[in-house]
Design a protein around this ligand. Structure first.
Ligand SMILES: Cc1cc2nc3c(=O)[nH]c(=O)nc-3n(C[C@H](O)[C@H](O)[C@H](O)COP(=O)(O)OP(=O)(O)OC[C@H]3O[C@@H](n4cnc5c(N)ncnc54)[C@H](O)[C@@H]3O)c2cc1C
Ligand code: FES
Ligand code: FES
Length: 471
């Protein structure tokens, strides 16, 4: 469960990535958030020669309004879009869908464009782009082309992107004030990939419904306004047309059932939302995209000081300097060293545990620049110049971590403790963002962690106890 060797290049400007893609083609892979690519590399399902890390690329880090659409740059994370203040009014469909994407620890790092480029048939963002009739912008040394969603998603993890093209931005059409939008999905647990996901867009004349998780890419169907048994018949015909298959998670019959049931619900919700939008119109100028939107204050990651960490051939090691728990630390890593291994084996900080190395168990969760992230899906080189917090800081004066730890002890919220360090690190980020969560929010946050021996009831109680007394 470790990646094969590769050269690593930290990209500061999009054009640099495009130049390298022109030379290396299929031998190179773009690393955006790494939340899909790193598990693939860890499992050696892909072995690229060169990784082009665009996550800190300043000219790909913008959210802006453009000709009736919201353009989202390739380095914008799902969490940054989720926190964008105008999301609920400008893109209500994304506002409803994003919380269903995985767990907040994954959204903290995963990008919007990375999800589109990855093209998982169950993923929420390709579904929303398809439902809204959006498009992506692909740039290479040969020029730029704009590809509509309907032509972009070709199959399971297959898109129309050519090997030398960088997906520089995605354009999601802004909400119209005479239109309603709704999203729903069925998954085994909160944050799991959807078994079936649906996105509905409804106006006075038309219903547009997109389905994910059934066929090999999002499928869209459009009807004139339908009601009652006409709508039931249309949904039934759509469900059968998707050629659903049985698999370990659900039978084809169950998937068709979900398309019919959730389809009815999503269309009804979109109608209701349209009525409500009619009663409370969007602020003047918003909605039809006639107005430029002020770019969101997206935080930029630390630049690599003096270019350190910018390029590392596979065979070499480099010293990495970073802050850990408020103290400067330095250690050597190769390009493929995972941050979890760097902490444990190079620096001897074994409080960060390793369970799955594909982002699911949460045991390796730490905070990077204050944000909870998976150390097993982060390269050690990406931590150059960053400010890390690990569970070892619970021994110092972090009062929130200390109170969480005491509460876990009081509520018997751990047995072997293997999962506990990661859960505490997630909680430290979660409670700073959401100081007074209810039980449902705590359980949604905990869906990003697996505990194999304690059970979640005392863990939830311990977190809520701290939340209720949080200053
Ligand atoms: C435990 C877990 C659960 C998850 N659950 C869900 C879920 O429920 N729903 C969901 O939608 N996703 C889920 N994901 C995936 C997550 O949303 C990823 O963030 C997303 O699929 C990829 O975004 P990324 O920025 O991390 O891309 P990366 O992992 O960096 O890249 C993914 C692929 O896209 C390519 N790529 C990325 N950016 C570009 C670009 N700009 N131009 C060209 N190619 C590019 C990469 O080369 C790679 O092949 C889950 C992930 C994990 C680990
Ligand atoms: S070891 Fe990182 S999430 Fe499991
Ligand atoms: S306490 Fe043992 S796995 Fe959670």
């Amino acid at each position: 469960m470790k990646p094969a060797p590769f050269d690593y290049l930290r990209i500061e400007q999009a054009q640099t990535a495009i130049d390298h893609l022109a030379q290396a083609g299929e031998d190179a892979r773009i690393l955006a958030g790494g939340q899909s690519l790193m598990p693939i590399l860890n499992m050696r399902l892909a072995q690229p020669r060169l990784l082009l890390d665009v996550s800190a690329c300043s000219d790909l880090k913008s959210i802006r309004g453009q000709r009736g659409a919201l353009s989202i740059g390739a380095a914008v994370t799902q969490a940054e879009l989720e926190a964008w203040p105008s999301l609920s009014s400008q893109l209500p469909l994304l506002h409803a869908a994003i919380p269903h994407i995985s767990h907040f620890q994954i959204r903290n790092r995963g990008t919007v464009c990375g999800s589109l480029a990855h093209a998982d048939p169950s993923a929420e963002l390709p579904l929303c782009l398809s439902a809204l009739g959006g498009e992506v912008v692909l740039r290479s040394s040969r020029g730029e082309r704009v590809v509509p969603a309907s032509d972009f998603f070709l199959g399971t993890l297959v898109t129309a992107r050519r090997a030398d093209e960088l997906l520089v931005e995605a354009r999601f059409p802004l909400a119209l004030d005479d239109t309603g939008y709704a999203f729903d999905e069925f998954s085994i647990r909160h944050g799991d990939y959807a078994i079936v996901a649906l996105a509905g867009v409804v106006n006075a004349n038309e219903i547009r419904l997109a389905v994910g998780g059934v066929a090999d890419s999002p499928k869209v169907r459009q009807w004139p306004t339908l009601h009652g048994s006409d709508l039931d018949d249309a949904l039934n015909e759509f469900a059968w047309s998707l050629d659903a298959r049985d698999d370990a998670q659900a039978s084809a019959a169950m998937r068709r059932h979900l398309v019919r049931q959730l389809g009815t619900r999503v269309i009804a919700r979109a109608h209701m939302q349209r009525t409500q939008r009619g009663h409370s119109p969007l602020p003047p100028g918003e909605g039809r995209g006639v107005r430029e939107i002020t770019p969101a204050p997206v935080p930029h990651p630390n630049p690599s000081p003096g270019g350190r960490g910018a390029h590392l051939p596979a065979v070499q090691k480099r010293d990495i300097s970073l802050m850990i728990n408020n103290a400067p630390r330095t250690g050597a890593a190769s390009s493929r060293t995972l941050l979890s291994d760097f902490l444990r084996h190079e620096l001897g900080m074994t409080g960060t545990h390793v369970g799955c190395e594909h982002g699911v168990c949460g045991a390796c969760t730490i905070r990077i620049d204050g944000i909870a992230q998976r150390a097993c899906l982060t390269l050690a080189l990406q931590a150059e110049g960053r400010d890390l917090q690990t569970i070892e800081s619970a021994n110092s004066n972090d009062s929130l971590l200390a109170r969480l730890r005491a509460s876990f002890k009081r509520h018997h919220a751990l047995q072997c403790g293997y999962c506990t360090a990661g859960i505490l690190m997630s909680c430290a980020d979660f409670l700073r963002r959401e100081p007074h969560p209810d039980e449902a929010a705590v359980r949604a946050m905990l869906s990003g962690h697996l505990c194999r021996c304690t059970g979640y009831t005392p863990i939830v109680a311990a977190i809520l106890d701290v939340a209720h007394t949080h200053a």
